[in-house]
Ligand binder design. Structure first.
Ligand SMILES: Nc1ncnc2c1ncn2[C@@H]1O[C@H](COP(=O)(O)OP(=O)(O)OP(=O)(O)O)[C@@H](O)[C@H]1O
Ligand SMILES: [Mg+2]
Length: 423
């Protein structure tokens, strides 16, 4: 009898997909040790990577150190996981045999795709009757053991409906695997671009719901965790979708503990993904919460326009989404030309203006001008609550955006004049 990694289904998604993360190569992160409450501690703080980012930006080449040579045992991963009551309860350890069984020996039918970390397989844990996604670290790949440790440490102490749940890990011999909850609808990227025939594009309401949920996940990292965390890898491929297009952020291997005390930034080697990386961070290596806000703005622009953050198949001047959008923000006559043609005009005009206003604020060049995440959440919650109904003559309510979040109720204003309350 053939093995099926998913009871009742054996569909294979994106088998031929390869990593699109241009910016990852031999990188080195800080390591976070886990604590019993949502609390993170940094042990080391140097990063190395090749980066990227914004048109004129320097490229940061990585240094030397081969991360795969780091002895994971020295990091006391297993010990810490088991010493800590809460973390150990939430992140189980698996044997390699268990994960081999869950994926039918990592058979190709279970292959979901691959990224900088390695290959990802769909699996099924008989013991708990649970579908999972299993990421196997490619020891010759672009990411290393420290990222594995950061991922385990950070994810096992976090719990939020908009963050993907880490179920466990395997560190047997030289194998390094991560076991996550399975997200049946895959990544947001799969639903925005290169849709296979027959796949319906996301409608406006779903796009706003995804944006609001992703913002809530980011708010948890920035505001609710102690100390807060800068995500550093916000992009469409890292927003995974559950039933009903419920979004969750995934991939915390690049996450970094935010600045403490009076400090406004953390100094790091620049890392991230081309097209999503804030220009200020790319230029200076100074990482702030506003770097994530910029990346969020790029994702929101992708949701609205259906254009990729970087698209080399487009003509010059349109390849970098932010560079293309910025001049368009100045005149609202352009707005209807910015919206994803796949929406076929099925969007609320007012909602479009407001969504573009939020995106425009997030991708501002000057980091201090970008809104705080809580303001973004409030504004997007509002937009997501304004359901668009194409059959209704009045497509959106005339209720104004909550004044504590945004002052965006004047239809005559160009986007650049919309203001956020800044904290
Ligand atoms: N928990 C999950 N449930 C379902 N599919 C997943 C899960 N995690 C990852 N995938 C799928 O596996 C594929 C590879 O994901 P992965 O995160 O390794 O790469 P990526 O996001 O494309 O790049 P990066 O390495 O920059 O994160 C993607 O298609 C993603 O949709
Ligand atoms: Mg990913």
């Amino acid at each position: 009898m053939g093995f099926s990694c998913w009871p009742g289904s054996s569909s294979k998604r994106s088998e031929e997909r390869t990593s699109k993360n241009i910016s990852r190569k031999n990188k080195k992160n800080d390591i976070s040790s886990n604590k019993s409450k949502p609390h993170v501690q940094t042990q080391a703080s140097s990063d190395e990577s090749k980066v990227s980012a914004y048109e004129s930006v320097r490229k940061e080449e990585v240094a030397k150190d081969d991360q795969l040579s780091v002895d994971v045992k020295k990091l006391n991963l297993d010990d810490e996981m088991s010493k800590d009551g809460k973390a150990s309860k939430r992140a189980q350890t698996f044997t390699f045999d268990e994960l081999t069984a869950a994926t039918g020996n990592f058979q190709s039918d279970c292959f979901l795709g691959s990224g900088g970390f390695g290959k990802v397989y769909k699996g099924f844990l008989e013991k708990t009757n649970q579908a999972v996604a299993i990421k196997q670290l490619d020891r010759n790949g672009l990411q290393g053991i420290k990222e594995f440790v950061v991922e385990v440490s950070i994810l096992s102490m976090m719990e939020h409906p908009n963050l993907v749940q880490l179920i466990g890990f395997c560190t047997e011999g030289d194998q390094r695997l991560l076991v996550y909850e399975y997200m049946p609808l895959g990544s947001l990227e799969n639903h925005l671009y290169d849709l296979p025939p027959g796949q319906k594009p996301l409608d406006w309401n779903t796009r706003m719901k995804i944006a609001a949920g992703a913002a809530k996940g980011l708010e948890y990292l920035h505001v609710k965790l102690d100390p807060p965390i800068i995500y550093r890898d916000l992009k469409c491929s890292n927003i995974l979708l559950g039933e009903g297009y419920h979004p969750k952020l995934s991939d915390f291997g690049l996450a970094k503990v935010g600045p403490s005390g009076d400090k406004t930034h953390v100094s790091t080697r620049v890392m991230g993904t081309y097209g999503y990386c804030a220009p200020d961070y790319a230029m200076t290596g100074q990482l702030t919460f506003k770097s994530d806000i910029y990346s969020f703005g790029v994702v929101l622009l992708e949701l609205i326009t259906g254009r990729k953050a970087i698209d080399n198949t487009r003509e010059r001047g349109e390849q970098n989404l932010v560079a293309w959008a910025r001049p368009m923000f100045r005149d609202r006559k352009n707005f209807s030309r910015m919206v994803d043609p796949l929406l076929q005009g099925q969007y609320p005009v007012r909602g479009l203006y407001q969504a573009l206003a939020i995106a425009a604020m997030c991708v501002q060049e000057e980091p201090n001008m970008r809104p705080a995440v809580s303001d973004v959440v409030m504004a997007l919650n509002y937009l997501a609550s304004q359901k668009y109904d194409s059959s209704s003559p009045v497509h959106s309510s005339r209720k104004s955006m909550p004044s504590s979040a945004m002052n965006m109720d004047d239809d005559e204003k160009p986007v650049s004049e919309y203001e956020l309350d800044r904290r």
